[in-house]
Design a protein around this ligand. Structure first.
Ligand code: HEC
Length: 404
């Protein structure tokens, strides 16, 4: 496909995905907040719902919740399901567009596993389905009676899958599939449990029967799981833009830390909105987890040196200390400039990616920090080392950069 159309497609699908995601997460946070802040109402028996008053946009809203359902069904009901379905559909489309159409650039890293595009795509889609099946079985199993045990097994499963993806895909591909699998579980909850259960309740009411209260309880459990998964999923969705996450060999452990951090922050708000106080320790835990993830990202880089120990690179000899030495020039010309030039020669790339060009010494010096992040501190560039850059070449760049 024409490279410009490919870029535009990516931009437009991402735009839609972000909009639908905001709508879904926004409405889901909103209902969690209402649920937590319901007060008892005189005409609703305790444990069967409640009411809340809200003020917004110049008006007052009186929201009432009926568990399992009101005595008489209203004529019109507003459903909240398309936010979720359209977020999943646009996200899946974006995954196909970016990662499956350009599998060699984004999904497959021959140094990890030399998969053919079709087997990589099959593996990716298969794991999304597998994630849902395993989660759904877990929630229906006797284990689910114990919430802590279920959370521990679910946590181990997600980390295990992140590790598995890291053995199969590029770093970016691994993190995006971990996030996509969790997002699929969340949307699966809406499509396969929450909405069908709601429909069963309505059908029972119309038939004049008493609906099974367990249906509502199941839906609430699934919706709570979604709530705790939301923040970690968002992190994983944007992590592909930050090489210090996706190029780290410890990325799967970072996933674990991010899961705990995101869930703690949600927990803080869930408890606060329910009037059970401010659990400040949840923020402390989240901060400790993020600090641990940052530390992990510093533990390794492609030159085989600890990032914090980069100063040692000064020992490597690079001719000339000012400007751009010939060795550096040659490395950039032979490993990067086929894509990063005003007129790239790499098939499928029509303009320099992200506007990064190495046509003149001035440009190279100006972009030295970007070069350091992409090719020395992390191995994000060349993408999946597609132009076979050697570790010695990265060290030469590091030595030059240390003098800048
Ligand atoms: C096969 C083509 C290709 C080669 C070779 C290549 N890059 Fe890139 N580069 C890309 C693409 C595609 C992107 C945009 C990545 C994205 O969308 O996140 C990019 C992005 C970048 C960025 C911007 C990152 C950002 O998000 O700000 C820098 C800096 C960079 N490359 C440096 C390099 C260096 C240094 C080399 C050589 C060691 C190199 N690239 C080799 C294709 C290439």
């Amino acid at each position: 496909m024409d490279a410009i159309l490919l870029e535009w497609g990516g931009l437009l699908i991402r735009w839609v995905h972000i909009i639908t995601g905001i709508a879904w997460i926004g409405s889901s946070f909103y209902f969690m907040h209402i649920d937590a802040s319901l007060k008892s109402a005189p005409d609703i028996p305790p444990g069967k719902g409640g009411e809340a008053w809200e003020v917004h946009g110049g008006g007052f809203y009186h929201v009432r919740k009926y568990l399992v359902a009101p005595d008489k069904l209203p004529d019109e009901l507003i459903w909240h399901k398309w936010e979720s379905y359209s977020t999943w559909a646009s996200g899946f489309f974006l995954l196909v567009w970016v990662y499956y159409f350009s599998a060699d650039l984004y999904l497959i890293d021959p140094a990890v596993r030399a998969l053919s595009p079709w087997s990589a795509i099959g593996l990716g889609i298969g794991s999304l389905a597998l994630g849902w099946v395993v989660y759904d079985r877990l929630v229906r199993s006797p284990l689910a009676k114990n919430e802590v045990a279920l959370a521990a097994v679910g946590f181990a499963f997600i980390m295990g899958m992140a590790y598995f993806f890291q053995q199969m895909f590029s770093g970016r591909g691994a993190l995006i599939h971990t996030g996509a699998m969790m997002g699929t579980i969340m949307s699966g909850n809406v499509a396969m449990n929450i909405i069908p259960n709601q429909k069963k309740v309505i059908a029972a009411l119309i038939a004049g029967q008493t609906p099974d209260p367990d249906l509502g309880k199941q839906a609430k459990t699934r919706s709570r799981h979604n709530n705790y998964l939301t923040l970690p999923v968002l992190f994983l969705m944007i992590s592909g833009h930050y090489p210090m996450t996706f190029t780290s060999p410890y990325a799967w452990i970072m996933v674990g830390f991010v899961l705990v951090a995101g869930a703690s922050v949600r927990h803080f708000y869930n408890e606060r909105h329910a009037g059970r106080g401010n659990l400040w320790w949840a923020w402390g835990l989240a901060a400790a987890c993020i600090a641990a993830a940052i530390w992990l990202s510093m533990l390794s880089n492609p030159t085989g040196r600890q990032v914090l120990g980069l100063k040692r690179e000064r020992a490597v000899k690079v001719a000339g200390s000012a400007g751009v030495p010939k060795a550096v020039d040659e490395i950039l010309a032979s490993r990067c400039s086929m894509c990063h030039a005003r007129d790239p020669v790499w098939r499928g790339i029509v303009s320099p990616p992200k506007g990064v060009m190495f046509d003149s010494h001035a440009q190279i010096v100006q972009q030295r920090d970007l070069i350091r992040m992409q090719a020395v501190l992390t191995g994000a560039m060349p993408p999946n080392n597609i132009t076979d850059m050697s570790i010695a070449e990265r060290r030469t760049l590091a030595a030059w950069l240390a003098k800048q």
